[in-house]
Write a protein of this length. Structure first.
Lengths: 489, 292
């Protein structure tokens, strides 16, 4: 009997998606943004401003203040003053009420924040609207509730706040990362100096407006903008008690070295190169969706992205065929369009880095497969990309690309895949796809990663701790465990 | 001529609606302004109707995301804050001094916010992963008991009510509460707050009436899972305990001074939770084979 041709998805149809752009006319943005210090927007000491652009159009949106050492110092002084005078003395339940207010204000202004997030960062409006912003609000809600319950979280330890927390966040989830940092810090009674990434300052500055509206006492949260040296200045500041950093492993290592020998408490949430493992008994169609979501969510700008795919040999052909089919259906383009799956790469620099890795992959001998989609001429875009026939030693299988690029390997046995999955300096997350529950628990106990998703991927919740093993950093954000980095006992 | 005030008819609260008692009975309550309120003297049948409503609401409410329950409890606090003046006036008519009334309302609001925060946290403190010796993933989590019948604190018009409703519903239970007999008006106004806070109908049911008459019905109903008495009548407690044994109801006496900040906490939630343990095999166990 002749082998039956496998069924192929039909894309060829007269029906096209009509443009469905999210409205931007309700967005109020200033031409220029100052630093948020001690409850007020103040001009930077340097007098310098830099442009923030829309990565989908390369057009300037606004000017952002460039802080220097003096600004860092006045922000830390404001935070220290607020800590000493008001925040550390306020009853915990009243502290909670401010955090609840911030949560409510984010909810009320959710659409505005989503649109700005998409304009400034390039992520699809669907994701900023349905994931980033609601999760940011929920994070404040969740931690607000902990403020007056810390004695229950750590019985017999009488938890106390640390003082001033210096927080440096990345550009991939700008508002959400600000929420992950600020909410637990405030709930535990600390005051904050936060620096957003230079390409995505706007939603953090909108959050500063919200914080003003909430009536939070001046100086409890300070938001200062600028490039790398601002973060370095915070890390080295003598009157900061705690550094929380999310970003690249290289910078994380530099920070760990810089705070060595000081009393600063440190948490690092760094890079990742997650294994997404598909077993032969997995629900294949769901797994394909999980692979797509795992690597193409937020253009692959996700530290926990499932960027290494491991498929069991017996189903590799089917999985890869379906994956290629599915790749073809992804809509790449205008991030503000509600149908867009993959938006713009966050910056020119990141685009160059991704393109560099595509070359490396090809030069190392891997087989590149890209969607045939057209990408906009203007703006920073890259086609969703698969690399087949990769091996463990390929750089694209070892290094974090932080883009929509998936390195695919196959495996035969469970021992083999555990070995391959763990044989990497990173250990942030992993995915497992199998219908067999007992196998899931076997894998979750053997994978050296801080988060393991089973038959799902890229799920986040304020109640769920997130963070890495090994060179993916230390400390957890979210959940009960997310309180600990901001407390002393 | 002076405008004549419109007076409110105080009803009861069952399944999200405000009927008068099916019995048609009432008891008069004289307010400080010399007006009289005809309070519903609820019957056994009213209570039984309320249990049907509470049972009907249980599957939906207990299945809500914990976070969503927290949002709704917080919403109740928002609504109560907005109607503070009305409660201050009502408490005054029940004999509270202005200072005592203010404290009663503000503590009630804060207590709702407090339990709103617990909705998605008590599970994290009272669940466990149990390191059993066999190759199993074994975990225990709290789950709501079901329908809770509550005889509220006689001495408190609002705070006593809030302090027992909040932990019950925070944990995913539904409830039927008999309000303070001598201070019933605030409880019905509080029901109006609940009715406008996105709490699904039937999650909270409030009836007014006579504890002596109703305590045996509250405790003998076969579709009630737990009963809480917030009062100290010894002979009532005996009856309640005996009746509870009919269907092994969980019995609690929460005879507390609710204005004490210590009388709040996750244990009021966990009293009304069962613990469920799940066993699941692990293909093989141990960390051998991990080299990194």
């Amino acid at each position: 009997m002749a082998k039956k041709e496998p069924k192929k998805l039909e894309y060829f149809t007269d029906w096209k998606y009509a443009p469905s752009p999210e409205a931007t006319d309700h967005i109020r943005l200033q031409k220029q943004y100052d630093l948020f210090i001690n409850g007020k927007f103040v001009k930077p000491n340097s007098g310098k401003y830099f442009d923030t652009i829309n990565p989908a159009t390369e057009e300037k949106i606004s000017s952002i203040a460039e802080a220097n050492d003096k600004d860092v110092d006045s922000a830390v002084k404001a935070a220290r003053g607020a800590y000493d005078k008001t925040w550390s003395k306020m009853p915990a339940k009243e502290r909670a009420k401010y955090i609840y207010r911030i949560a409510r204000l984010i909810q009320e202004r959710a659409r505005e924040l989503s649109v700005i997030e998409t304009l400034d960062g390039g992520k699809s409006i669907r994701e900023s609207r349905d994931i980033d912003v609601p999760l940011a609000a929920n994070h404040f809600f969740y931690y607000a509730g902990w403020a007056d319950k810390l004695e229950y979280a750590f019985p017999n330890r009488h938890p106390k706040s640390l003082g001033v927390a210096g927080q440096v966040i990345p550009w991939n989830f700008p508002l959400l990362m600000a929420a992950w940092k600020i909410a637990p810090a405030l709930a535990t009674g600390n005051t904050v100096v936060l620096k957003p990434a230079e390409t995505t300052s706007l939603t953090a500055l909108k959050l500063a407006e919200i914080i003003q509206e909430s009536g939070l006492p001046d100086g409890v949260v300070n938001i200062i903008t600028g490039h790398g040296p601002v973060g370095a200045s915070m890390v080295n500041h003598k009157d900061i008690n705690k550094i929380a950093f999310t970003g690249s492993t290289n910078v994380g290592k530099w920070i760990q070295k810089a705070v060595a020998g000081t009393d600063k408490k440190l948490t690092l949430e760094l890079g990742g190169k997650a294994a997404n493992i598909i077993f032969e008994d997995a629900p294949i169609n769901q797994a394909v969706e999980g692979i797509i979501n795992g690597i193409f969510f937020n253009q692959g700008h996700v530290c926990c992205a499932g960027s290494r795919l491991f498929v069991q040999e017996s189903v590799a052909e089917e999985v890869i065929r379906k994956l290629k089919d599915r790749l073809e259906t992804l809509i790449v383009g205008d991030p503000l369009d509600k149908n867009t799956d993959i938006g713009a790469i966050n910056s020119k620099m990141q685009l160059n880095k991704i393109n560099e890795y595509l070359k490396i992959g090809v030069n190392d001998g891997a087989e590149m497969y890209q969607s045939s989609c057209t990408i906009p001429k203007k703006g920073f875009f890259v086609r969703p990309t698969l690399f087949l026939n990769t091996s463990q030693s390929h750089r694209i299988s070892q290094e974090e690309i932080f883009g929509p690029v998936l390195a695919i390997q196959t495996f035969r046995t469970i021992e083999e895949v555990i070995e391959k999955a763990n044989n990497i300096p990173y250990g942030l997350s992993a995915g497992v796809w199998t219908d067999k529950g007992s196998r899931i628990f076997n894998l979750t106990s053997k994978l050296r990663a801080g988060v393991v998703w089973a038959n799902t991927y890229n799920k986040f919740d304020p109640t769920s701790p997130f963070g890495g093993y090994k060179e993916s950093g230390f400390g957890r954000e979210g959940g009960l465990h997310g309180l600990m980095p901001y407390l002393k006992f | 001529m002076e405008r004549i005030e419109v007076l409110k008819t105080y009803k009861i609260f069952i399944g999200g609606q405000f009927p008068r008692t099916e019995s048609g009975r009432y008891y008069p309550l004289k307010l400080k302004n010399n007006m009289t309120v005809n309070v519903s003297l609820s019957s056994r049948k009213d209570f039984r109707n309320a249990v049907i409503a509470a049972r009907g609401a249980f599957s939906g409410w207990s299945a809500r995301a914990a976070f969503n329950r927290g949002q709704i409890l917080y919403r109740i606090a928002e609504m109560l804050e907005g109607r503070k003046e009305q409660f201050l006036e009502e408490l005054k008519q029940l004999g509270y001094t202005p200072a005592a009334a203010k404290k009663e309302v503000e503590q009630s609001i804060d207590r709702l916010v407090y339990y709103a925060g617990w909705c998605d946290k008590y599970q994290q403190l009272f669940s466990s992963v149990n390191p059993v010796a066999t190759s199993h993933f074994n975990f225990s989590v709290p789950e709501p008991m079901g329908v809770v019948a509550i005889l509220a604190d006689e001495s408190s018009a609002l705070l006593g009510l809030v302090s027992v409703i909040a932990p019950a519903i925070a944990g995913g239970n539904t409830c039927i509460v008999l309000a303070s007999e001598s201070k019933p008006t605030c409880s019905i106004t509080f029901a109006e707050v609940i009715a406008t806070s996105d709490v699904p109908g039937g999650v909270v049911n409030i009836v007014t009436g006579n504890r002596k008459e109703l305590h045996s019905h509250f405790s003998s109903h076969m579709d009630v899972n737990a009963i809480i008495n917030c009062n100290s009548e010894k002979d009532f407690n005996k009856t309640i305990g005996e009746n509870a044994s009919l269907n092994v109801k969980r019995v609690f006496t929460w005879n507390k001074n609710w204005s004490d900040e210590k009388e709040q906490g996750p244990y009021f939630i966990t009293d009304l939770q069962e613990i469920k343990t799940t066993w699941h095999p692990i293909e093989n166990i141990g960390v051998s084979g991990i080299k990194y």
